[in-house]
Design a protein around this ligand. Structure first.
Ligand code: PLP
Length: 460
């Protein structure tokens, strides 16, 4: 399996190299040259999550990992989840289901991918003896998931950039309380988009990149997208695929999670519509509606993991919508640096065949948390509530809707309490989170300052 960059000017890599690299050298994102078709979807019925994961992921790996290595990695990745189904479905209303993706160690869907790539990185690095420095930017949940997946590993340092003062207290503490020497939580003065931009600066400095063995585990990493394809497949099969279509609504920020849904569809899962749900930071909703992808100011919200104006993974959907024209993508990304671009008519039509979109205001998000609690007893996190609000506007007769519940409500207790009067409790394994000492460093929104800090702190 060959991996190519959306911008067409980076070396072609195999799966392992694409996973270890993250961002392509030309600034693009890696994609498999072709998407394999899932064999025997009906045969997924009754499989464990782990067995299904093996069947979905294996065809993308080429020679990179043996069957035995993949089986071992998958088993280790999901054994610490708090639910034996890993990604259980819960019914909200006739025809509307919630896919609970928050039973992993850090209580957000990021664990599904991060736990698996932690295992795969470890296998690859043990084989090669290589040392690497992982740098990640987070709007809150990726950071803790990465730290949880890589803490204490021998050949790895993990640096996580989070926007100072703009993540929830639970999110921050999950990043600042692990005391492993290879974990470095960095509070950057700025927004998530600044964190993401500085991360790109590091990757674009080839000398620095090679010196520290820079590796990216942000949602742009193809291996993460791939791991997320699995729960689209398992949930669709639970509700009747391949014999029945299903729609999905996905609370969306960086477009990694919903892109995995598109991959599932391209693999042959009968996915009808993929509905993009955004909060008041609605660049994707505006882009789908008007064809204009224009960045604005980030407005902090009660669903902070979606407070994003540049959705990195959207570049992959654009690449497909433009028929694999890397030159066109390079041009668009150049225009994006000046503030935005117009999606061509043909590409917009292609995108609209797969995607619909909607947005939820702050008030609507709180209202949805309250309504769903009253109607079902289920307590939603604010991100999941954005999804449920938008999903309810897109329900179709005879086609089940699955809304992805992306985080546990206890990660965002203030918003949930404001909506319902109930302060959701953390699960038992995290009860001491507020008693542990915190450790983090402030860093300016400046690439050079960041590089010096990484060189100084590295344990390598
Ligand atoms: C990361 C995250 C999202 C957004 O997912 P993307 O893949 O970035 O679109 C939504 N909800 C929660 C809770 C998240 O952590």
């Amino acid at each position: 399996m060959r991996y190519i960059s959306t911008r067409g000017n980076a070396p072609i890599l195999d799966f392992e190299q694409a996973m270890l690299t993250g961002l392509a050298r030309d600034g693009g994102l890696y994609l498999p040259e072709t998407i394999p078709q899932l064999q025997d979807l009906a045969g997924f019925e009754g499989l464990s999550y782990e067995e299904a994961a093996f069947r979905v992921i294996k065809p993308f790996l080429g020679e990179s990992f043996s069957d035995e290595e993949l089986t071992r990695a998958i088993a280790a990745a999901y054994e610490n989840f708090g639910h034996v189904a890993r990604a259980p479905l819960r019914q909200l209303a006739p025809g509307h289901h919630l896919l609970e993706l928050f039973h992993g160690p850090t209580l957000a869907f990021k664990d599904f991918a991060m736990q698996l790539i932690g295992q795969l990185f470890q296998i690859a690095l043990q084989r090669s003896g290589q040392r690497i420095t992982i740098v990640g930017a987070t709007s809150g949940d990726t950071g803790s998931a990465a730290i949880e997946a890589f803490r204490g590993l021998e050949n790895v340092d993990v640096f996580i950039l989070f926007p100072h003062g703009r993540v929830s207290e639970v999110q921050r503490r999950q990043m600042t309380t692990p005391d492993d020497a290879n974990v470095h939580a960095l509070a950057l003065s700025g927004h998530f988009d600044d964190c993401q931009a500085r991360l790109k600066d590091l990757f674009n400095d080839y000398a620095f990149r090679d010196e520290v063995g820079l590796a990216g585990v942000n949602s742009i990493n193809w291996a993460r997208v791939l791991a997320q394809v699995v729960y689209y497949v398992t949930s669709a099969v639970s509700l009747g695929a391949p014999g029945r279509q299903v729609d999905f609504t996905v609370p969306t920020g960086n477009f990694g999670d919903i892109l995995a849904g598109l991959v599932a569809k391209r693999m042959g899962v009968p996915v009808g519509r993929l509905v993009i749900a955004t909060n008041q930071n609605d660049i994707l909703h505006r882009a789908l509606t008007s064809g204009e992808y224009r960045t604005g100011q980030v407005e902090p919200s009660i669903s902070p993991s979606m407070d994003i104006q540049v959705s990195s993974n959207f570049e992959r959907a654009l690449f497909w919508a433009y028929g694999g024209d890397a030159t066109a993508i390079r041009q668009l990304m150049e225009e994006l640096r000046q503030g935005g671009f117009t999606i061509s008519q043909g590409a917009l039509q292609a995108l609209r065949e797969d995607f619909l979109s909607g947005r939820a205001s702050e008030q609507e998000t709180l209202e949805t948390i309250r309504i769903i609690r009253d109607e079902t007893g289920e307590i939603l996190c604010p991100h999941s509530a954005v999804g449920v609000k938008v999903a309810r506007e897109h329900l179709r007769e005879g086609i089940p809707m699955i809304t992805l519940a992306t985080a546990h409500p206890a990660k965002f207790p203030d918003a949930v309490e404001q909506a319902t009067g109930i302060r959701p409790a953390l699960p038992p394994h995290m009860e001491n989170l507020f008693d542990l000492p915190e450790r983090s460093s402030r860093v300016e929104n400046d690439a050079d300052a960041l590089k010096s800090l990484i060189l100084e702190r590295r344990t390598a």
